[in-house]
Design a binder for this molecule. Structure first.
Ligand code: ADP
Ligand code: MG
Length: 505
């Protein structure tokens, strides 16, 4: 049993006229006088439905229609390329077996694109409709006439209020590239240069909060709308998954789902941000899934972001997850100290306010998880400097950003500090709490106390207790002794700084 799909991809149908009558499975029984095998087909459909379940059946198989029979081969039609390929790969063998079981003479099943979709004129007409930015029949979503001729405005006002505007600051130029994000950046650039390339559609960007997913998506959109492409203006629709859901629900309420679907399906590039929001929203997921398939089929580019990889997005329907992983999946890793410094340097430079490297380093040490907050902290210092005409200093930073910095205190434990410090100076961990007073042991112990004070929110008595039940005044003394020493002994200061960095990263 062999399943093929492409033989008459663009050719003329063969066989007698009765053979080409299309029978929808749902009407199969009623139409048994039309297609010679309709009753068999109806039985096969019933069995398929029982076998794969309601959801799968409706997603993939329901739209199959019966085509011509030619000797031992029967043709089944599907309305889109994607559906055809999918059904072939997932259900082809099964269909073959079922047909052969039903009608022994049939030994081959051919899966093809529905004939009406295969005429070149129709394909061209389809493409044209999607490029015309005419408003849908509904008067509720007017589109500014300017949008048809001005690509630059497309980003801001594509097809009514379908999409959110793109933030002009989120460009590729404004994106600082480093090890953690270079792959995602390269993929985004590639999509912006050559949208809808196989292997890059969809582009799935994922990573933690504030690592640049939205920025990169906007950059793709900006680039695509900016570059006047030969094919004419490009319609980019960017929206959060949340907005997608609200729009969808609103469309259902106002009985405008057709318009909503049409609008979505007429864009060249669809970007959905924070897809994780759709977890548990089954109907919306379903709608997104169909939109997704329709667009990819029509050769349009999809860009999706989420906080996790497709395979880790539990709660997303399997078929959607599978489709999302089919293109390019690129993750944005947590930032490194170097990347944070580069981002801060770029932003400080753009602001025109002089920010000393010490302050940048301090911020890059303190705010490690989220670039948005890192940026926010720097902006606050810059605003402060502009407002009061005072230079940005480390002291001012600590004071102005007091609340932010407190929230970002990394939970370093005293045990961790003791371990790292003893390793660094090669002393025994037990000496952190021992009574030994030799300098070789006492100095590292003091450093550990100092770091405990700096890096944890423990009180002096609490710290003292962890160091062999020492008094809080001993800890106080250690803190001031280490501070003094760091000022006069650069090698020592570097050691302490290094330890701090290791503990904070
Ligand atoms: P996400 O969508 O991943 O939560 P965003 O794209 O909204 O993150 O980024 C948060 C903020 O950090 C934005 O202002 C963005 O411009 C900035 N940002 C993130 N990564 C970078 C980077 N590599 N270079 C410059 N700015 C960045
Ligand atoms: Mg985002």
């Amino acid at each position: 049993m062999r399943v093929t799909s492409s033989r008459h991809e663009s050719g003329v149908l063969s066989g007698a006229s009765t053979d080409t009558v299309m029978v929808r499975p749902a009407d199969a029984a009623a139409a048994s006088d039309v297609h010679p095998l309709a009753s068999h087909w109806a039985r096969i459909c019933g069995r398929l439905q029982a076998e794969v379940g309601e959801v799968e059946y409706h997603t993939w198989l329901r739209q199959m229609t019966l085509g011509p029979v030619d000797h031992d081969e029967i043709t089944l039609y599907l309305p889109t390329r994607f559906l055809r390929d999918w059904v072939r790969s997932q259900y082809g063998d099964r269909l073959g077996t079922m047909w052969n079981g039903e009608v022994a003479a049939i030994r081959r099943v051919e899966l093809m694109l529905s004939p009406e979709l295969r005429t070149p004129e129709l394909r061209a007409a389809e493409v044209k409709t999607s490029e015309l930015r005419t408003p849908p029949a509904s008067a509720a979503t007017p589109v500014a006439p300017a949008a048809t001729s001005a690509p630059a405005q497309v980003a801001a006002e594509p097809r009514g209020d379908l999409a959110a505007p793109l933030d002009p600051r989120f460009t590729f130029d404004g994106f600082v590239v480093g090890k953690p994000n270079e792959f995602a950046y390269a993929c985004a650039r590639r999509v912006a240069e050559r949208p809808s390339s196989p292997g890059f559609n969809p582009l799935f960007l994922y990573g933690g909060v504030g690592l640049g997913k939205t920025h990169l998506m906007h950059a793709v959109g900006i680039e695509l709308t900016r570059a006047a492409r030969d094919a004419g203006p490009v319609t980019v629709a960017y929206m959060s998954a949340e907005k997608f859901m609200y729009r969808f629900i609103a469309a259902i309420r106002s009985q405008q789902t057709m318009e909503f679907k049409e609008q979505l399906r007429s864009v060249d590039v669809l970007m959905i941000d924070d897809l994780q929001f759709l977890i548990g929203k089954d109907n919306t997921q379903e709608e997104f899934f169909h939109t997704f398939n329709a667009l990819v089929d029509a050769g349009k580019q999809i860009v999706v972001s989420a906080d996790k990889s497709p395979s880790d997005l539990s709660g997303l329907e399997d078929r959607l997850r599978t489709r999302l992983g089919c293109g390019m999946v690129a993750d944005l890793h947590a930032t490194t100290f170097e990347l944070r410094i580069s981002i801060l340097e770029a932003k400080a430079q753009a602001s025109g306010v002089a920010v000393p490297p010490k302050v940048l380093e301090f911020l890059a040490h303190k705010i490690t998880t989220n670039v948005r907050e890192l940026e926010g902290a720097l902006n606050r210092m810059i605003a402060h400097a502009n407002l009061f005409g005072r230079p940005v200093t480390l002291d001012a930073t600590q004071e102005v950003l007091h609340d932010i910095l407190k929230a970002h205190d990394r939970r370093v434990t005293i045990e961790e500090i003791q371990r790292k410090v003893s390793e660094h100076w090669n002393i025994r961990l037990t000496d952190m709490s021992s009574a030994r007073r030799a300098r070789a042991v006492a100095r590292p112990r003091q450093v550990a106390m100092y770091l405990a004070k700096q890096l944890t929110s423990r009180s002096l008595p609490e710290i003292g207790r962890k160091f062999g039940n020492r008094d809080h005044t001993t800890v106080m003394h250690a803190v001031s002794r280490v501070t003094e020493l760091m000022e006069v002994d650069t090698a020592f200061a570097e050691d302490v700084e290094l330890l701090r960095r290791m503990l904070e990263s």
